[in-house]
Design a protein around this ligand. Sequence first.
Ligand code: CP
Length: 330
Amino acid sequence: MSAPTFNRKHLLGLHDLTAEELGVILDTTQSFKEVLNRPIKKVPSLRGRTIMNFFSEASTRTKTSFELAAKRLSADLLGIQASTSSLNKGESLKDMGETLTAMRPDIIIIRHQNSGVPELFTRYTDAAIVNAGDGSHEHPTQALIDMFTAREAHGSLAGKNVVIVGDIRHSRVARSNIYGFSKLGARVSVVGPQTLIPSGLERFGVEYYHRLRDILPQADIVILLRIQKERQGASNFPTLREYARFFGLGEDNIHFMKEDAIILHPGPINRGVEISPKLANAAVLPERRYPGQPRNLILDQVTNGIAVRMAVLYLVATHTAWSVADGDES
Ligand code: CP
């Protein structure tokens, strides 16, 4: 039987992907996760390919895990920081894109503070472009991590209740998660201050709740979003303390949740704002997770990030799903 295919040149977002394409990415992620559990965590699957990792905005998780993913696929990797590039001398994104293309990369990974920059780069290069988060538009690999982690915990996502809490308006993670989880048959609800909820969510079948406690008991997957001080300008709620009281998750409201529910957060977390310090600490060691209470899988998301990004790089480079046997034979 032939391997499933992935016919997209780029990964710019989850908006246009089909459920089948999402399934190919998640299944390929599962195969790569097996590699990451081996003593030697490396396969020769992208040997000879060149990957550029261009970050114009701060990042710990995404930048590092794309780097590790490329290295674990045996690709040649170059990191480019906007702050030390010729963008600082006034070079345009067009000239930069054409310059990088002249070096013949196979894939360019882009994080940028402005929405649409990864899409813009597709006009200046014949390399595959992978969006590592652009403005408030999309963060497709983060949503794939969330979907993969939820699928590991719950099996199928069909019929599951996903609750996204916080700054939905400024969040590229929320946007990608709404597209992704909905396509795989989950029901998505959002909760947060009204000032941080965009209009038109009903178009996507997303329900809005004013109070976390009204939807928390039904949640299978709770995704807490970071309060993005860098994108908000004037504050959209009275104080962080107020936010924590009404929309933070902690010891006072976790008891309302199902025992098998999971708690996710893309990171970085604001301790004491989106999540209580004690609940945040419960991600560190499995034995520190509270028995009979929802699991905090925030660090499992980080681990899964490498496998997700290996899958995405491999699929845009080869357009074919990967299985463990492929890696051993390459
Ligand atoms: N989740 C996420 O994008 O984190 P970083 O900004 O640290 O990459």
